[in-house]
Ligand binder design. Structure first.
Ligand code: SAM
Length: 241
């Protein structure tokens, strides 16, 4: 990955913000799939600016909630929340050095950035409590967002397939369940185009400003509408020990 998250940290909450309704939906789904409760030690890997770790901690009041984020600029923003423990750390270091056992671990929109997944699943299997749960919140390789073709190809290239992750998890001893659910949000054309201009997704960061403008022109010609109904198809991979 390039310096995408370092550069975007300050604006991250503004540019990755579909709606409060969307955030609430995501938090509900995460709580449901992880069966979160007030006895849990909850870990949010790649928790970014802590927005979701904080919302999850508020709603489900786990005994402890960790936001683990390797990019310092993102992590420093997450430190504003006093109800969560934010740790600026590499994922593997955190998992293997936690003093207590944890039992719920979330990967929200981050699994495509993590290398050595087999080692990761193995390390988690050895450190998570019995009956502990992993939730991967991610997207399919073929994203439904109205993006230009080259951006879709880039997304496809970077996104691991969910079938592959499911078999990796099973091979490392986990039981696995899959569910696919969508949230559709409506955005004005200008809002969506502005999000693309800010290169809000890491997959957009490889394109020059000129290529982005050309891409927006391509989308405009294809969709020719005042609003976009944007379907965010989310893959929930739920693994338990
Ligand atoms: C799309 S953001 C998602 C942030 C947060 N989970 C959310 O939903 O708001 C991806 C985050 O993963 C972090 N990240 C990148 N590579 C990572 C890695 N190898 N391990 C853990 N986190 C990583 C980035 O710094 C960034 O904060």
């Amino acid at each position: 990955m390039n310096n995408h998250y370092k550069n975007i940290a300050e604006d991250f909450n503004k540019v990755w913000n579909f709606s409060n309704k969307y955030k609430k939906w995501a938090v509900e789904k995460i709580g449901y799939h992880l069966k979160l409760n007030n006895k849990d030690i909850f870990v949010d890997i790649g928790g970014g600016t802590g927005t979701f770790t904080n919302m999850i901690a508020e709603q489900f009041t786990p005994k402890k909630a960790y936001c683990v984020e390797p990019e310092r600029n993102m992590c420093n923003i997450a430190k504003q929340y006093t109800n969560i423990k934010t740790i600026c750390s590499d994922t593997f270091y955190f998992i293997n050095n936690l003093k207590y056992k944890y039992n719920k671990i979330l990967f929200k929109e981050v699994i495509h950035h993590i290398k050595n997944r087999n080692t990761l699943w193995n390390n988690i299997y050895n450190t998570i409590e019995n009956n502990g749960r992993i939730l991967i919140y991610t997207r399919p390789k073929k994203i439904k967002f109205p993006l230009f073709e080259k951006a879709k190809q880039e997304f496809y290239k970077n996104q691991p397939s969910y079938d592959l992750m499911i078999s990796e998890l099973k091979n490392n001893g986990f039981n696995v369940e899959l569910s696919i659910e969508s949230f559709t949000f409506k955005l004005q054309k200008k809002e969506w185009h502005n999000m693309i201009k800010t290169k809000f997704m890491s997959d957009l960061s490889i394109f020059s400003d000129r290529e982005i403008l050309k891409g927006i022109e391509e989308i405009e010609n294809k969709y020719n509408t005042k609003f976009y109904n944007i379907e965010d198809e989310i893959i929930f991979i739920n693994a338990y020990k």
